[in-house]
Design a protein around this ligand. Structure first.
Ligand SMILES: C[S@@+](CC[C@H](N)C(=O)[O-])C[C@H]1O[C@@H](n2cnc3c(N)ncnc32)[C@H](O)[C@@H]1O
Length: 176
């Protein structure tokens, strides 16, 4: 993750005083650390990854950074299955850095999980320029392009596409 992307995540979490954040795509815990830095001191990050190896690596990252264990819930499992078990309207921010082909389903889950005013943030929203190139028609690119286009007309959210790193799509859940 580009430092500018991480810094933007930290800034967004700080801006809204995030206390409860959910993340899909734990990876090595890099984005998780940025989010934790922006959240309130006792805020809790719930982060999901399909790969046990990633969960293990992230646990080490958080431990080495001195993050108290009670501030992170590390869950190994299929993201959509795990998200479906999380509480409604209980999250301030949901960050997606997982399977791009599941992007539109992630947004639907996010709209259930977020409180009004909360943020759903998607990394890789420009995918190295592939999103704006109609010749690029691989399934992952099509899925992210569909997400970006759909958010423009979705009255439930206020979208902003930031050219930071690989592109960050920030959508705010409106109180409708
Ligand atoms: C880019 S990495 C996440 C990096 C992490 N956010 C960080 O900053 O350290 C993407 C994660 O999503 C998960 N994933 C699941 N399905 C995927 C897919 N089809 N393509 C890419 N990532 C996928 C991977 O296990 C991986 O940990």
């Amino acid at each position: 993750m580009a430092p500018a992307t991480g810094a933007t995540l930290q800034w967004l979490a700080q801006l809204i005083g995030a206390r409860a954040v959910a993340e899909v795509g734990t990876g090595a815990g890099v984005s998780g650390l940025w989010l934790l830095r922006g959240m309130v001191d006792d805020g809790v990050l719930t982060t999901v990854d399909e790969e046990t190896e990633n969960t293990r690596a992230a646990r080490q990252t958080f431990s080495e950074a001195g993050v108290p264990t009670q501030r992170v819930r590390l869950i190994t499992g299929r993201p959509l299955d795990v998200l479906s078990r999380l509480a409604d309207a209980a999250y301030d921010l949901v960050f997606f850095d997982g399977n791009p082909q599941e992007s539109s389903r992630y947004l639907e889950e996010a709209l259930r999980l977020l409180r009004p005013g909360g943020l759903a943030v998607f990394d890789d929203a420009l995918a190295g320029g592939r999103i704006s190139d109609p010749a690029q028609r691989d399934p992952a690119t099509i899925a992210v392009r569909t997400l970006v286009n759909d958010t423009r007309d979705d009255e439930r959210i206020r979208p902003l596409l930031l050219p930071v790193g690989e592109g960050l799509l920030v959508t705010q859940k409106l109180d409708v």
